[in-house]
Ligand binder design. Structure first.
Ligand SMILES: [Fe+2]
Ligand SMILES: [Fe+2]
Length: 236
């Protein structure tokens, strides 16, 4: 089995295949991770926001669309998907910790380093193991069908860290719509807040904080935890 990192677009099933779409996002993520370590202050916050907007909908759509298919088609799908779900959960926890720290805090450095490490591990696990296994079991048509489904979910999925929501259906499916609306409003507020020290920017910063608090209350609704494997449950 060859890693999808080494395969051409045609080998991956064409440009609409889920494997091609995944690889494209992973390449973009790698570029942003390099950028985050070259920047500081507000510039770094902007890069982080771009990482969140890429990573969270990407992972959310994996958890709702792709991993259930892996569990159905592979004998050890349960074990394989649980490994990446744990990585996704750690990413949610690290980003939540990062958001609780002020911009100049020295505690950010080890958290950012670990975040980079887990994200890279997640990409390696998917490209070298999970996706080649999926590729061996389904045809090109199915890879394109999964690609379309994954893309549709990704476009409407939450864009921020939610460490309490289940990493599996049905909990995460129920959570998708309300959290996605709150997250995308918060993204807009953050972009305005990073613009500079104006009255508007400070109001946007406050609005972002309020939206984050509402999202935290929403994600604690018991219905959004349904389906969770105990090993990825947030207990803090
Ligand atoms: Fe991925
Ligand atoms: Fe992932």
């Amino acid at each position: 089995m060859r890693s999808i990192a080494e395969q051409s677009v045609d080998e991956l099933g064409g440009r609409f295949s889920v494997l091609t779409r995944q690889k494209r996002d992973h390449v973009a993520l790698n570029r942003l991770l390099e950028q985050v370590h070259r920047t500081t202050g507000t510039d770094q916050e902007r890069v982080l926001l771009r990482i969140y907007r890429l990573v969270f909908p990407h992972a959310f759509a994996e958890e709702t669309v792709l991993w259930p298919v892996m569990r159905r088609t592979l004998d050890d799908g349960q074990e394989l998907t649980l490994g990446v779900e744990r990585e996704h959960q750690e990413v949610n926890e690290l980003v939540t910790r990062l958001e609780g720290l002020s911009m100049g805090s020295p505690e950010r450095v080890p958290i950012l380093d670990r975040l980079t490490e887990v994200l890279r591990e997640d990409v390696r696990d998917e490209e070298d193991e999970l996706f080649p296994r999926l590729q061996a079991r389904v045809d090109r048509r199915e890879l394109r069908r999964l690609g379309l489904l994954w893309e549709v979910v990704r476009r409407v999925a939450p864009t921020r860290a939610h460490l309490v929501v289940a990493r599996r259906p049905p909990g995460n499916v129920v959570a998708a719509l309300p959290l996605s609306v709150l997250d995308r409003m918060r993204d807009l507020a953050d972009v305005a807040a990073y613009r500079g020290p104006t009255r508007m920017a400070s109001a946007a910063g406050k609005a972002s904080g309020a939206l984050a608090r509402i999202a935290r209350a929403v994600e604690r609704l018991p219905i959004m935890r349904h389906g969770e494997d105990p090993s990825t449950r947030f207990t803090g």
